[in-house]
Structures are given as structure tokens and as C-alpha cells.
Design a protein around this ligand. Structure first.
Ligand SMILES: C[S@@+](CC[C@H](N)C(=O)[O-])C[C@H]1O[C@@H](n2cnc3c(N)ncnc32)[C@H](O)[C@@H]1O
Length: 359
């Protein structure tokens, strides 16, 4: 028995009845992004304690503050240029943008003056939420519904795992069919086709628009060999057993296959500037704060460290860093165009191992 948004279930069922079994990528696109009824596009998704699941952003402001420092180092490397653009994609309710901008405005005023914050947002209802949250920053923030050329940094947290995927494994594809009125998986042989086409097209687009600077993507996944094609469905902090439960009311994700994204990025002229887990990435940034810059690694003045002395903020830090919590679950990939990625690495990758040893 399928559960979820009744209108959406009717729409999907009618399409499967008309067309026969359809790819899981199409089903996932409807469940998350159907213009009226999708979990994200309808604005129904709530992240955090009162919502369906936690992200780094929902843990508290520290995550955005540490990333703000990393963006500042990138700005310094690009020659402290004017009109440095931070592009965020998957900005959801604008919380990360708020955490970054508030910190930069208070602690890094020179950087604040030079930057523009651009949110790539295809869904009007989310753009409206972001505009309300970020009103205080006036025209520092701009919105686009698709990528445009930029120099600076493109950032995303848990964007890639929310991109539709086909379920292909060992020459077989699982399609979404019907048994009576209920959705079921139907297996069909398939030629070797990209299972994560949307993520590959995403990096094509971003690489095409990045004129100079970095792409930083944080997500959970696997480099290659240990990759698991497991779809996860989450609602109210519970993992559901089936993709056909709470359709349109639950989050659907697939872990990221980093290797294919790296290869596609390289084919587009980007270079790997670092790959590591979140624990090592954030630790590198924190150490940079503690050091306050050095002749070998001039960090500029990042100002006073945002590191916590309240019990609440210490818990935030622990959640982000702890290997059993988010520290190992997430990885960070940085790609670069037209910048020297050799030495020294960005602060976040100071403790990273080589790409092929990073798991
Ligand atoms: C798992 S949520 C992460 C939200 C936020 N980054 C965080 O970490 O709390 C994924 C977000 O990506 C957004 N998204 C998915 N595809 C997108 C696209 N092509 N462009 C912009 N946002 C997209 C969804 O609307 C959703 O807000």
C-alpha cells in the first residue's frame, strides 16, 4: 500500500499506467521536485529537530562560520578581488547564507565589502523563504534560477545526494511499475548507462560557468569501490523501508559516487584541489584560526576564532566533527579552475590524504 501525497500518487500512477515502467530517476524527480506536490518544490520539507532530518546547517551557525573563513581564504588567493561571488545551490531556507553573511559582516568587513552572495534557486516557494530570512542583507544577495558565469566559489551542502538517479547495477535497471494500484520495482536488462546523469550534468554546467575559482561540495558518499547504491528515504527522523512510503512527504537520497563526478569535472577542465572527510576538513580550518596566519600559510586576518565556549556551541562542534556523528559521514570535494592548487592546499585540506587514499 503506497502512502504519501494523494494527488502526487495519482499523477505518478497515471503516468506509469500510460507509459509502462519508468526509471527511478523520473519517480524521484516527481517525489522531490514535482512543481506543485514535490517534497522540496512544494516547500513541505522541514530540516532540523522539528523536521524530517538534520544537516550540517541545521546543527547550528558554526558550520557556516567555518565555511565563511574558508571562503575568505579563497578570496585572498584570488587577489582580494571585488565582486567575488559566493554561489550557493540547495540553499533551502537560507540559513547557511545567513550564518556566512552575518559572520563575514561582523568579523571580516573587507571581505564583506568585496563579495556578492548568489543563490541558485529554481523553486519560487524556497526563494520566498530565503528572501525573508536574508532581508537584512539587502542587495548583497541575489537570486538566479540557473547558473551564470562567476568568479569565486560555488558551494553546496547535501545538494548532490538529492539529485535523481537511475537504479542500475550489474546490467539490470530497477524501474518503477505497478502491481494493481501499488508501485513495485520491475527489473529490466540495460546497456551500461550513467546512473547519476543529473549530477554529471550539474558539474558540466558549473564548470562551464566558473571563470576562475573553486567548487566545494559537501555530501555523503563513496569514492568508488565501496559505493553502495542504496536509496535512503527519511521522514520525521526515521528511515523508511521503501521508496514508495510517504511519497512526496519524505526525503529521498542516494549516496554520491565521487569518482564519476571528479572524472567529469576533470574532463571539463577543473582540477582537484582537495578531497577529505568533514572531520579533517573542519579541523584544518579550525587550526588555521588558531594559528591566525603564518609566513608559510598567510591566512590574512580571520579575526577572533568562532570556536565555542558555551556548552551548546561545544555540542555543535562535537556533532560536526565526531567520527561517529557527522565527521566521517560526510566528505568534502574541492575543484578549481585557473588557480594554483599545488601548494599549499586550502586550509580545509591541510590534513587531507591523497585522493586515492581518502576513504
Ligand atoms: C538535502 S537539502 C539540503 C539543504 C541545505 N543545503 C542544508 O544543508 O540544510 C537539498 C536541497 O537541494 C535543493 N535542490 C535540489 N536540486 C536543486 C537544484 N537543481 N538547484 C538548486 N537547489 C536544488 C532542494 O530544494 C533542497 O533544498
Amino acid at each position: 500500500m503506497n502512502t504519501g501525497n494523494a494527488d502526487l500518487i495519482r499523477i505518478i500512477r497515471a503516468q506509469v499506467q500510460k507509459r509502462g515502467p519508468i526509471s527511478f530517476a523520473w519517480f524521484m524527480q516527481q517525489a522531490l521536485y514535482h512543481p506543485e506536490h514535490g517534497y522540496y518544490s512544494s516547500g513541505r520539507c522541514v530540516i532540523g529537530r522539528k523536521g524530517d532530518y538534520f544537516t550540517n546547517v541545521a546543527v547550528g551557525p558554526l558550520f557556516g562560520q567555518l565555511l565563511a573563513a574558508q571562503f575568505s581564504e579563497i578570496w585572498e588567493r584570488l587577489g582580494k578581488m571585488n565582486n567575488f561571488v559566493i554561489v550557493e545551490q540547495g540553499a533551502h531556507d537560507g540559513q547557511f547564507a545567513w550564518d556566512v553573511l552575518e559572520f563575514v559582516q561582523k568579523r571580516l568587513p573587507e571581505f564583506f565589502d568585496a563579495l556578492r552572495y548568489r543563490i541558485l534557486e529554481p523553486f519560487p516557494i524556497l526563494e520566498e523563504q530565503q528572501r525573508q530570512r536574508l532581508e537584512a542583507f539587502g542587495d548583497k544577495v541575489e537570486w538566479r534560477d540557473s547558473p551564470e558565469p562567476f568568479t569565486g566559489v560555488h558551494f553546496s551542502n547535501e545538494l548532490l545526494d538529492a539529485m535523481p538517479v537511475r537504479l542500475i547495477s550489474d546490467g539490470t535497471e530497477k524501474l518503477v511499475g505497478l502491481n494493481g494500484d501499488n508501485f513495485v520495482f520491475v527489473e529490466r536488462p540495460v546497456d551500461k548507462t550513467r546512473f547519476n546523469q543529473a549530477a554529471l550534468e550539474w558539474i558540466d554546467q558549473i564548470a562551464g560557468n566558473l571563470q576562475r575559482g573553486y567548487v566545494i561540495a559537501i555530501d555523503y558518499g563513496f569514492l568508488d569501490e565501496e559505493f553502495e547504491r542504496n536509496v535512503q528515504v527519511r521522514a520525521r527522523h526515521r528511515h523508511l523501508d521503501s521508496s514508495f512510503e510517504q511519497i512526496g512527504d519524505a526525503d529521498v537520497t542516494m549516496s554520491v559516487h565521487w569518482k564519476s563526478i571528479v572524472e567529469r569535472a576533470q574532463a571539463n577542465g577543473l582540477r582537484v584541489a582537495g578531497f577529505t572527510d568533514q572531520h579533517h576538513f573542519l579541523t584544518g580550518i579550525i587550526c588555521q584560526f588558531d594559528r591566525g596566519g603564518s609566513p608559510e600559510r598567510p591566512a590574512g586576518d580571520w579575526g577572533q576564532s568562532p570556536l565555542p565556549d558555551s556548552a551548546k556551541a561545544k555540542r555543535e562542534l562535537q556533532t560536526l566533527l565526531h567520527p561517529e556523528m557527522l565527521g566521517r559521514a560526510f566528505q568534502v570535494l574541492a575543484l578549481a579552475k585557473d588557480v594554483n592548487v599545488e601548494v599549499p592546499p586550502l586550509a580545509g585540506f591541510e590534513f587531507a590524504r591523497q585522493l586515492d587514499q581518502s576513504r
